[in-house]
Structures are given as C-alpha cells and as structure tokens.
Design a protein around this ligand. Sequence first.
Ligand code: PAN
Ligand code: ZN
Length: 204
Amino acid sequence: MIERLAQQLTEFDPQSGVIEGAPIIERRLSDLRGSFADREAYETTLAEADPVIYTVALVEPAQGEGALHYGLGRIVPGRIGAEYYLTKGHLHAWRPAAEIYVGLSGEGAMLLEDERSGESRLLSLLPNSVVYVPGFSAHRTINTGSTLLTYLGIYSAAAGHDYSFIAGRNFRQVLVELDGQPTLTERSRFLASLQTPGANARHE
Ligand code: PAN
Ligand code: ZN
C-alpha cells in the first residue's frame, strides 16, 4: 500500500512566500544581530525600524532515513551599509548532507564556505538555475537585486541546522556593493575599510 503523506503535494506563492499548510519562519533585522559586518550601520537602521528580512516556509512531509524536507525562501531587497540582505547561514548538523537550491525569482547569490579547507565560493542564484551545495559547506543566501529573491532549498530530513559556526566567527567573505557592483571581499579587509574612510575594500 502506498503511504499517504500529509504534504505530498503543495502549492507555493513565491510573492508572499507562503506554502499552504506550512509553518513560516520569519527573520527580522533584530534576529540577525552579528550577521552583518557593519555594526554601526546595523544599530542605526535597527533604531529606526525592525523590518522582516527573510521568511522560510518549511515543508517536512516525512521523517527518517531517505526522507526529504524543503523550504521556500524569500529575501527582501536591501542593504545594511554596503552589505546586501542575507540569511544567517549554517552548516548542516549532519555534515555530509548536501542541498539543492532552485532559483525562482529575483537576483541573488549563494556564498559557500568549506568547513575543512576554508575555501569560499560565490554562485549566482537566478530563476531557472540550480545550485548544488556540497556537504561540509556553510551556506548563506544573499539578495543582490532590487526585487524579492525567492528560491527552494531541498535537503535531507536528517540534515539538521548548525548555526554555531556563524554565531562564532561568521563567513570569511562578505558580499558588498562597491561602485554599484556586488563585490566579494574578505571580511577583515572590509572591516578595516570601515575604520579608514576613503579606503577601498576591493582586492587590488
Ligand atoms: C534553507 C535555509 C534558508 C534560511 O532552507 O534554512 O535559506 O537560511 P538560514 O537557515 O541560514 O536562516 C536551508 O539551507 N536549509 O537547510
Ligand atoms: Zn541548508
């Protein structure tokens, strides 16, 4: 007999980020303390408003070995200082667990950082594109455009989320707007440029 799953078929609305019957996780600016490099810009913005930065509608149709979960992510456009709105980012608690991201709308990027080698990689996340996130990779999604960025993330039910890496030291690289262009630069270099007005955070 075929097992009947509660959420075997769902319909999603990328604009609202809603999947019927699925709980929504909402991350406001105040939930992202420590995520953005420019602390002063963060505090100044937060003193005025606490907007929703992103939502994830979570679908967990089954549990256990072999099962899959997925989320519909929706990041609004914007920046804190020069840094684009982003997700917290995490490693999977089960480190070998990979993930598939499918771009639905908007313009964005995924920042990956291999936990073992420390190597960073930036991949475009666009409509009709698929990003494969290998195991052992911290991953963060970033909205570099001026419209909503929406995507599906599909992963093993056993993957789990480990945010301690990010809470500890954050990603080594930051994606900032420089001369109107999304530019990947080392966090330490970007932080130094904030201390020295006029300095350029770009790699020369
Ligand atoms: C995604 C993420 C989603 C939100 O579904 O959970 O983009 O990012 P944070 O979890 O880092 O806040 C995923 O990668 N799941 O494994
Ligand atoms: Zn993930």
